[in-house]
Write a protein that binds this ligand. Sequence first.
Ligand SMILES: [Ca+2]
Length: 183
Amino acid sequence: MVPALNYSRGVCTVSKVTLLGALTATFRTPAAPTNTSTEVARGKPVTAVPRYMTFVKEFAVDGRNDTKYHSDATGAYKTPWLLVNLQGAMLVHKVRLLPNVGVMPKRINNYQILLGNDEPPTAMDFSQYDVVGAIPGPVPLGEKWYEFDVSPPRCSRYVAVYKNVATPDYIMEISEMEVFVLN
Ligand SMILES: [Ca+2]
């Protein structure tokens, strides 16, 4: 097998090598962060549980606070999630989330922010991810950004928002999410 290694000094890289049989190995190069912080989530590919009406998942990272993703409202998805693919391993040091509160503050409950290296093997299996933030909720009325520092910064390719507890207020609404990396 050809090793997919990429040792570049100072670059946050996650690579995999396929070994004989079903074994794989993951190599992570040491990262040497600088002080430059960049927002990288905007416009990146998003996957999520189905939407309600026209509130598509891409609205969560379109750079606009007045557009939102709104998850399915049929009751078929009681623990909704949304996953942003940064399209490369990056040294994440901060995640900001603007839930849509509107007149439904009880809907903002059990939000988790998670960072991972790989797409979940099956939907909602975030067992290999690290929780880096949470909004237990419910929250007061009024729109507000929630900011989560990741310390130390984590080399990650995927950022998830996950309502991990099924409640009667299961709908997930995200006006915007931002992910900041060191580079
Ligand atoms: Ca938006």
